[in-house]
Design a protein around this ligand. Structure first.
Ligand SMILES: [Zn+2]
Length: 59
C-alpha cells in the first residue's frame, strides 16, 4: 500500500487529501484494530444525515 486513503469524518467520503473534496471536512487515516474511530464521529455523521433529510423534507 503506497497510497494513504483518508476518510472524511463528516460525510465518510474516501479521498487522497487531508481535506474532503466534497464538504471540506477533516479527513482521517482509517487504521485497523489499534485505532478505533471515536463514536462522536458517527454521531456527527448521523446529525449531518438528519439535517440533509430535513432539508429534503424527508425527516
Ligand atoms: Zn466530506
Amino acid at each position: 500500500m503506497a497510497q494513504h486513503i483518508h476518510k472524511c469524518t463528516s460525510c465518510g467520503t474516501y479521498t487522497m487529501n487531508e481535506e474532503c473534496p466534497g464538504c471540506q471536512g477533516k479527513t482521517i487515516l482509517p487504521q485497523p484494530a489499534k485505532f478505533s474511530i471515536p463514536d462522536k464521529y458517527g454521531k456527527y455523521r448521523r446529525e449531518a444525515r438528519k439535517e440533509e433529510l430535513k432539508k429534503k423534507g424527508l425527516y
